[in-house]
Design a protein around this ligand. Structure first.
Ligand SMILES: [Fe+2]
Length: 397
């Protein structure tokens, strides 16, 4: 079950079954009935089994909360349902005890038949969109892919991968397919960080991107994913990987180094999975204690990388991605040549990606303004690398 929140005028709704039974609610809760919102629980009242049953009898699946209470309510749900929160960060849904993954609409080709069922989820309902199977493969027309997320069952992921391979054969390795296949494997890695099999597949994907081997700005543009407000860490990592690889290609790193840089940049934040969702999703600034906990994601990432037996260059790249040339970074306050080369590259890509990502209560900066901030902070970043980075981005934006 996703706890993705959809806004309707001044209210947003979530699935009623996410409300923890027997717990006092932190704000007024409404239901939508007969065309209007009706108060069902006042702030401080307990969500009892009795109320739950009333909702069930009325076949009411969503409850509404005023937008002004969003922060309190989100924290409240996260406290009781952290797993669902991580699911939403990974574009993953659990519906009727089964896992579903969101896929990209643009990777569904109306001319290539699909041999697995497609579902549509629009925040309110979940429905079968295309009843296809191995025995009965069917084509999907683009006009059916209307508003809502397109989902597939987790057990059909292999069939979807095969479908993407067919697409590659038909139309050669287009960046959008490369992006989708890389996204799929990064999602697996962020779900199961210590599975080595996934790491091998990621290495192959990085090779594909390198072999695509072009610095055409349209490729970079296609691979970068525009993010929504939700901070999907695996998508942040995919973008940081793309930006780092383009910088690596531009400065003509050899293939082996590019591969290692791809791994380090893809996995730089893998330890974030150990940080409390309450901190990751906090609206507004973290306090000192919370920031201290947030910063431990670097150490956690290094621990996972070591467990995976990754090469020293990769581990150093991960360990140094928040270090700054002037010694103001973390966790070790390293300076200039103490910071690894990969660490310097990832730091620029990571900072740029974070600045251009929308955050709760904060607009994303335009690429131009984000680059201006990096230039302003130039004491923090390697001068030559930053100049090259600006040249690359200058052709994209
Ligand atoms: Fe980080």
């Amino acid at each position: 079950m996703s706890i993705k929140i959809r806004e309707i005028d001044n209210y947003f709704f979530i699935k009623a079954e996410l409300l923890p039974v027997g717990v006092a609610v932190p704000c007024d809760i409404f239901i939508h009935e007969d065309g209007e919102l009706k108060l069902i629980l006042k702030k401080g009242e307990h969500f009892s089994l009795h109320v739950k049953n009333i909702l069930k009898e009325k076949i009411i699946t969503n409850v509404y909360v005023n937008n002004t209470e969003k922060k309190f309510f989100q924290d409240f749900i996260l406290e009781f349902k952290p797993k669902e929160y991580f699911d939403s960060m990974l574009d993953r849904y659990t519906i009727n005890n089964e896992s579903y993954y969101k896929i990209e609409k643009e990777c569904l080709d109306p001319e290539i038949p699909v041999n697995f069922p497609l579902y549509i989820h629009d925040g309110k309902s979940f429905n079968l969109l295309l009843d296809a199977s191995k025995e009965n493969s069917r084509n999907i027309s683009q006009d059916k892919l209307t508003d809502g997320d397109i989902l597939i069952s987790k057990k059909d992921l292999n069939l979807y991968n095969e479908y993407l391979q067919n697409l590659i054969k038909k139309s050669r390795s287009e960046p959008k397919i490369l992006k989708e296949t890389t996204k799929l494997i990064l999602r697996e890695i962020y779900s199961e960080p210590t599975n080595r099999k996934n790491l091998i597949i990621l290495g192959d994907k990085i090779d594909e991107i390198i072999n695509y081997g072009t610095l055409e700005s349209k490729v970079l543009k296609e691979i970068l994913i525009m993010k929504k407000l939700d901070n999907y860490n695996y998508i942040h990592s995919l973008n940081v990987m793309a930006l780092s690889l383009f910088l690596g290609l531009k400065i003509k790193l050899d293939k082996e180094d590019l591969r290692l840089l791809g791994l380090a940049s893809a996995l730089h934040d893998i330890g974030i999975t150990k940080i409390s969702p309450l901190i990751l999703s906090k609206l507004g600034k973290l306090n000192e204690k919370e920031f201290h906990i947030y910063k431990t994601h670097v150490i956690e990432s290094v621990k996972i990388a070591e467990k995976l037996g990754l090469p020293d260059k990769v581990i150093k790249g991960i360990a140094h991605h928040h270090e700054k040339l002037n010694g103001t970074g973390y966790p070790s306050k390293l300076k200039r040549e103490e910071i690894s080369f990969f660490g310097k590259i990832i730091a620029i890509a990571d900072a740029y990606e974070m600045l251009t990502t929308p955050k709760p209560m904060k607009y994303a900066l335009t690429p131009y303004n984000a680059l201006m901030i990096l230039v302003h902070d130039k004491g923090c970043y390697d001068k030559a690398l930053l100049e090259t980075f600006i040249k690359i981005l200058g052709r994209v934006i």
